[in-house]
Design a protein around this ligand. Structure first.
Ligand code: CUK
Ligand code: CUA
Length: 764
């Protein structure tokens, strides 16, 4: 709701009277009538009541979904299923200025592949950082399958801070998953390739193409992955798929499954049967069991081979040191999920109707007793399935991924072919319940379902197809996330949420109160590097520095102007614009965009951002604020003037649209004096209450004090001009003085309303 300055004043004049306009009278229709009109059942109403979140209400959980082909992360609330944010990760995201300001370009360009700029990512699996096996809400990791990359998002501001590129893989599906204390983030190769960046004929697939698992070292203190402390365990070309870390008793171990362990190479164009035929011929594939603690020791002892600068534990070393083992698993598995107690590993083969539960204890016993059924062609010991299986359950067709309940032994598995979720007991090996979804489910997710203590409550089904569930919008349909209530014995479908942004493969949800994001930055902050920007500019210190071939602006934004309002350059100049948002109040964001330069900045309170470009054509380039930040937002504008080389300025005065008289000036001053009275009474209200106990109010008061200071300066300028009988400037400065007053009043009003609504106490 945007008020004009006059309306704001009118409201203020009433000082609270009529501010809390009562919500509209009760709707004329009864609940029964609404049910009848919309064809709703009691069951629908129950479902609605379980998800409906009244205005101003908050969600109990926040979900972080991969954005699939959008290369982003989608944040939404549960149970309301309201989307809260898209976080730019591997793809430019204009709203956040991601990929359009210099600071974020640096992050995006960390993801270059062999020098090439990549502006696309296929995000699959988000993971929240853990402490002691519990989600701690500090960081989020996400992988890119198309290009073997991992990104780090800091949940203190929901910004992408780092992208790392896997130096040896050429694809990377199985990530990101974190170990119990986020020591490592694992990613596994999918499509085997040579590790070196060179050509190797497909005829040498078995000998020269390799898969593997990379263990990215994460440094919690700095919140970044340390590439030089990360290592890769080389593996045969078995198309390693998903992974999971052990926890509790299985901490120190990780599990990665695979498909196409036939090592089949297709070639339709040469008359060979396609990949799908050759990759599903055997009955089983291999689960890779890795002792990563041991691998870490071996890496630290320097027993690695360097390829493309990365530390590689070869298969030979892995076998010799007892790091890598294989166990047959049902054909074409897609999920490998460690149970919350860390005792079992659940694998489902897409081409098998069983879900298999492996016992970590049994695996350890076999390894300790060196009881192997054979070796694979690369000398890796194979432990038999029957020695390690705890149980198998016939759940349904196309089982994929498994998640866990808060109730012991209860798991949920997605059934792709059946389009169902199966609820079952993995200890006793029995099916408990099934529910249909719409349609063809991939992953599913329960609240904090990857942690040591899942919360249960809700389950989200991430369906591959929506088909007929929503209004048609052309051949490309939105994705369908379905919310299911799992608090009772029977699952209940609550809600369909269309997601119109890529295909989110996986999502994780954390208790919302574990997240403590900031709502403003320290002044002059570069959030991408989490430090003070060298270009921080304070109010009154704005300047434009010209050097040959370069114009560098140190500017600011505040309601409602950008300083500077004109920038002059010559054709061929490099223009660098640093802007600091001086605001401190919550949600007081400005933006910056300009004609013809592909520039867009998001200036959150306190942030300093930089735009950089070369002006190669003369002309007039308007720029403006891109966020509707205030009543005079449209006036938050300016011009970049690009002159031809060697242009000589013509003599001339600014052409004014209106001339002002003494009467105009005096009228304005009278208004200003009345406005000041209003401000004084609002200030009186605030300072007579314990406003310092309310952080958002303190921020508003800080901003209001700034604006009032500017008002004072403008007032002086108007008085100086008036003394010289320069009524034009006297009137203009008097009006600017009033503009500052209006903004002061606006913030004061917001502060006052907040205090009233939050039960502030009178202190004097
Ligand atoms: S994957 Cu897409 S449904 Cu990338 Cu985890 Cu299984
Ligand atoms: Cu600042 Cu609009």
């Amino acid at each position: 709701m945007i008020k004009t300055a006059k309306q704001t004043l009118a409201l203020l004049a009433g000082l609270g009277v009529g501010l809390t306009v009562s919500t509209s009278a009760m709707s004329a229709t009864s609940l029964d009538q609404v049910m009848k009109d919309r064809g709703l059942t009691q069951k629908d109403l129950l479902a609605a009541a379980k998800t409906y979140t009244p205005t101003g209400g908050r969600d109990e959980y926040l979900a972080f979904a991969s954005g699939g082909q959008s290369g982003q992360v989608i944040v939404y609330g549960i149970p309301s299923m309201r989307i809260l944010k898209y976080i730019g990760v591997f793809t430019p995201e204009p709203w956040q200025g991601y990929g359009f300001d210099e600071e974020s370009k640096k992050v995006l360009r960390m993801g270059n592949i062999q020098g090439k700029e990549i502006n696309f990512g296929d995000t699959h699996h988000p993971a929240i950082s853990e402490t002691d096996g519990e989600y701690d809400g500090r960081y989020l990791f996400i992988n890119d399958k198309a290009n073997p990359r991992v990104a780090v998002i800091d949940l203190h501001d929901f910004d992408t801070k780092q992208i790392v590129v896997n130096p040896v893989f050429k694809s990377q599906h199985g990530g990101a998953f974190v170990s119990e204390n986020t020591e490592y983030v694992i990613t596994a190769a999918q499509y085997a390739t040579p590790y070196e960046n060179k050509f190797v004929p497909l005829e040498e697939f078995n000998d020269k193409y390799r898969g593997g698992m990379t263990y990215w070292k994460f440094d919690r203190k700095i919140g970044r992955i340390q590439e030089d402390k990360s290592f890769t365990v080389m593996a045969p070309p078995y198309s390693q798929d998903l992974s999971d870390f052990g926890k509790g008793p299985s901490h120190g171990w990780s599990f990665t499954n695979s498909f196409c362990s036939e090592r089949y190479v297709g070639g339709i164009e040469k008359g060979r049967p396609p990949y799908e035929a050759g990759c599903s011929a055997k009955d089983t594939d291999f689960m890779h069991v890795v002792n990563w603690k041991k691998a870490e020791e071996v890496y630290k002892a320097g027993k690695v081979k360097k390829i493309n600068g990365a530390s590689i534990i070869t298969m030979e070393t892995a076998v010799k040191e007892g790091i890598l083992f294989l166990i047959p698993e049902p054909k074409s598995p897609h999920g490998v999920d460690v149970t919350p107690d860390g005792k079992f590993i659940i694998v489902s083969g897409k081409l098998d109707s069983h879900t298999s539960v492996y016992s970590f204890d049994k695996i350890m016993t076999a390894i300790k007793n060196k009881k192997f059924e054979s070796k694979d062609p690369y000398g890796i010991p194979i432990i038999s399935m029957k020695d390690t299986l705890h149980t198998q359950v016939e759940l349904g067709l196309g089982p994929l991924h498994t998640q866990f309940d808060s109730k012991p032994c209860v798991a949920y598995t997605s059934l792709y072919v059946d389009s169902m979720v199966g609820k079952w007991d993995y200890c006793k090996g029995k099916v408990l319940d099934k529910i249909s979804i719409h349609y063809n489910i991939g992953h599913l997710m329960t609240m904090e379902g990857d942690s040591k203590s899942p919360d249960g409550k809700y389950l989200v089904a991430l369906n591959k197809l929506a088909i007929d569930r929503f209004n048609p919008v052309g051949p490309l349909h939105p994705q369908n996330h379905q919310l299911i209530d799992i608090s009772g014995d029977k699952m209940q479908l609550l809600y369909d949420m269309p997601l119109p942004l890529g295909e989110p493969h996986y999502v994780v949800a954390i208790k919302a109160d574990k997240l403590k994001p900031v709502n403003r930055y320290k002044s002059g902050w570069n959030p991408r590097e989490d430090k003070r920007s060298p270009y921080k500019t304070r109010a009154g210190r704005e300047k434009t520095v010209k050097t040959p071939g370069k114009v560098e602006v140190f500017g600011t934004t505040i309601r409602s102007h950008i300083t500077p309002e004109t920038i002059e350059a010559e054709v061929g100049d490099e223009v660098i614009i640093h802007l600091t948002n001086l605001e401190r109040a919550q949600d007081q964001v400005h933006g910056f965009a300009m004609y013809g330069q592909n520039v867009q900045m998001s200036l959150e309170p306190g942030k300093t951002s930089t735009a950089k470009f070369v002006v190669d054509k003369e002309g007039v380039y308007p720029y403006y604020c891109t966020e509707f930040c205030s009543a005079l937002h449209l006036e938050m504008q300016g011009y970049l003037l690009v002159k031809p080389k060697g242009y000589k300025a013509k003599k001339g005065k600014m052409q004014e649209g209106v001339s002002y008289t003494q009467a105009d000036y005096e009228k304005q001053v009278k208004t200003n004096i009345e406005t000041q009275a209003v401000i004084d009474s609002v200030v009186g209200f605030i300072t007579s209450h314990n406003y310092q106990d309310f952080k958002p109010v303190v921020a508003l008061v800080e901003d209001a004090t700034d604006q009032l200071g500017f008002a004072e300066e403008a007032k002086k300028k108007s008085e100086v001009a008036a003394a010289k009988k320069d009524w034009q400037n006297a009137m203009l400065w008097a009006n600017q003085w009033w503009q500052y007053q209006v903004k002061t009043a606006d913030m004061g009003l917001r502060a006052k309303t907040y205090l009233e609504e939050h039960g502030a106490k009178k202190v004097k």
